[in-house]
Design a protein around this ligand. Sequence first.
Ligand code: ZN
Ligand code: ZN
Ligand code: FE
Length: 333
Amino acid sequence: MSINEIRWHPLLGTWVIVASGRATRPWRDVKCPFCPGAPETGYGWDVLSLENRYPSLSTTPSISTEAPSFSRLEPGYGRCKVVIETPEHEGDLDTIPFKNLVKYVDILGRETDELGRDPGIKYVAPFRNKGELIGVSIHHPHSQIYALPFIPLRIERELESMSSYYRERGACLVCDIVREEERGERILYANRDFILILPFYAQWPHECHIYPRRHLQLLPELTGEEKENLADALAVAVSMYNSLFSFSLPYMMVTHQAPVKGTYPHYHLHIEFYTIHRYADKLKYAAGIEWGYWAFTYDELQENRVKELKEALRKGIERLEGRGYDPRGEPHF
Ligand code: ZN
Ligand code: ZN
Ligand code: FE
């Protein structure tokens, strides 16, 4: 029988998601389960949202044991979904037709809304892992959405930071970042509704963030035009990354939004990309100091990495134009 539970980490004050029975999930060499015509996908779709067949969380969870007195154990209640971004087996967010990319953004918002209505769900986490180096088991372009029964620690930290910034300065932290960075040297691209920057405080080599200009908390709040402009910013960011070296760049892309229960007026939604390549042939690892202490070391000035990315951005925009897509905003070369 499979187990889905969450165990309290009493030293860190957060939950560990435990799921046994996932060891049988497919690993790379099986026939693609996301291509059209596979048992779960069928035909006649362009972007498709499915339940993950090997979920870390379950709506019918069972637990394995009793918690020791110093910790807690609860059922691993939640949902795990997969969003298949295209019927094409190969590709990335920069090769998907623009209208499908807009639909993808729309689906992330709809899922946030729908999953968030479940009384047992506190947080909806959409993310995209790409590349074998990141541990991706299926190559077919896809994202995942975890609907969690708790607020993840990193989000709790962001909530606290944004609230205390508001208390101290009477303004939103991210709104202030947008205002200052859009005139600065670390901006890469901007359209009417979003900016793409390599943050002053980047931790991963070519880490970039997409910040909305409008102060909003959750994906379902995006207007129709904002969805289109987010799709535009995603296409440009990913095309830039894929033009940085002579290969398609592995990355993690995560959406940071507010929790789905309660109100968090000082939170400002954003998207973060983490990349692990320092150079074409050298990786950055989250090793002892980074993982063991959460103290990241950055081996170059962030501003010098921006210069590398500006060159990649130029090529990335040419590649999008070569595929018939004209970016809507202004690149900052
Ligand atoms: Zn496929
Ligand atoms: Zn804001
Ligand atoms: Fe964040």
